[in-house]
Design a protein around this ligand. Structure first.
Ligand SMILES: Cc1cc2nc3c(=O)[nH]c(=O)nc-3n(C[C@H](O)[C@H](O)[C@H](O)COP(=O)(O)OP(=O)(O)OC[C@H]3O[C@@H](n4cnc5c(N)ncnc54)[C@H](O)[C@@H]3O)c2cc1C
Length: 301
């Protein structure tokens, strides 16, 4: 494996591999470093991505790697980036197991971390029957007894949205509701304020929710919004600024606030979808190539 590249992409899932595809097609010497922990790995199927609707997330990843590695200037390293230093034109990226590499440009496609509520059963059901996005998984549980676990200013909006997929809807506020109860009732949604004790499930497939008073509510799916944080601390360590919602700030050319460092995919947005991640990665790849072309022209002048 070479020690020096034009571009290092940290994170080799949908966004990172899409950037690598654009860069491979631009003849750029590119290294993708990936720790193999995409956010959707617990989901048995991924939906709403044209030509791959219903495919297993890992299968989409495998096909993507196979396609990208046909380009001889692209290399893929299964490892975790542990440190980064330097400046535009001369960065050094260290890895846990394979030493360090020099590069002119860096792309972060490192995704987000889902901080799940500490309720027994949620982790086991996450991605299977505890879900975050109706466009990804709502069709599969349409017209089923469904819950929403939420107690914030966005709750009514979510209730109205999910009623599009099911009329059997219960809102769990897990304690006293902070929203207008009459407005919830007006949507025809049952409101449960009793705190949740644990989820009832069979290998991640939800059967119901057990409340702290011992009563049970029959359910097949539960929507919740985890707290989202950056999965990788390296962009912040390099001084890349975050937007108010904790995503990496990027301009229309996918550049972070640090020259030479670009970002794409979930780490830059809360609009999470494989299609957005691949689109963002494609754009970032093209913009990195554009940046390298500008640097080369300047060096020639
Ligand atoms: C449970 C769940 C189900 C979903 N279902 C769907 C669906 O059905 N349809 C849909 O369109 N979208 C779905 N999504 C959203 C979709 O999965 C994401 O939008 C998409 O995975 C984002 O791609 P990404 O490449 O930006 O990040 P990720 O896919 O999360 O990948 C980030 C990669 O970066 C790597 N990484 C992080 N830090 C480092 C480091 N320091 N060094 C090396 N590698 C690193 C990680 O290991 C990981 O491989 C789902 C999300 C979740 C959480």
């Amino acid at each position: 494996m070479q020690q020096s590249y034009e571009v290092i992409i940290i994170g080799g899932s949908y966004a990172g591999l899409s950037a690598a595809l654009a860069l491979g097609r631009s003849l750029r010497r590119t290294l993708v470093i990936d720790a193999g922990d995409p956010c959707n790995k617990s989901a048995p199927a991924s939906h709403n991505f044209l030509t791959h609707d219903g495919a297993a997330p890992a299968e989409i990843g495998r096909m993507a790697r196979e396609e990208v590695l046909q380009y001889k200037t692209v290399a893929f390293l299964e490892d975790s980036a542990s440190a980064i230093s330097g400046a535009d034109g001369d960065f050094r990226v260290s890895t846990h197991a394979n030493g360090s590499f020099q590069t002119k440009k860096v792309v972060f496609a490192t995704g987000l971390h889902d901080e799940l509520p500490d309720i027994p059963g949620v982790r086991e059901c996450w991605g299977k029957s505890v879900i975050h996005c109706p466009y990804c998984h709502g069709y599969e549980v349409r017209h089923q007894p469904t819950g929403i676990l939420m107690n914030s200013e966005h709750t009514l909006q979510m209730v109205n949205l999910i009623r599009n997929w099911t009329e059997q809807l219960t809102l769990f506020t897990n304690g006293p509701a902070t929203i207008d109860r009459d407005k919830v009732a007006a949507t025809g949604t049952r409101l449960v304020e009793q705190p949740i004790d644990h989820l009832l499930h069979d290998a991640g497939q939800l059967r119901g929710i057990c409340l702290t008073d011992g009563s049970e509510v029959d359910l097949r799916a539960l929507y919740l919004h985890p707290v989202l944080t950056q999965k990788c601390p390296l962009p912040a360590a390099m001084g890349c600024e975050l937007a108010d919602n904790g995503t990496l700030w990027v301009d229309e050319f996918s550049m972070t606030t640090v020259p030479g460092i670009y970002a794409a995919g979930d780490c830059t947005t809360h609009m999470r979808a494989v299609s957005y991640a691949t689109g963002g990665g494609t754009l970032a790849g093209a913009m990195v190539n554009h940046g390298l072309v500008i640097d080369q022209s300047a060096a020639r002048a």
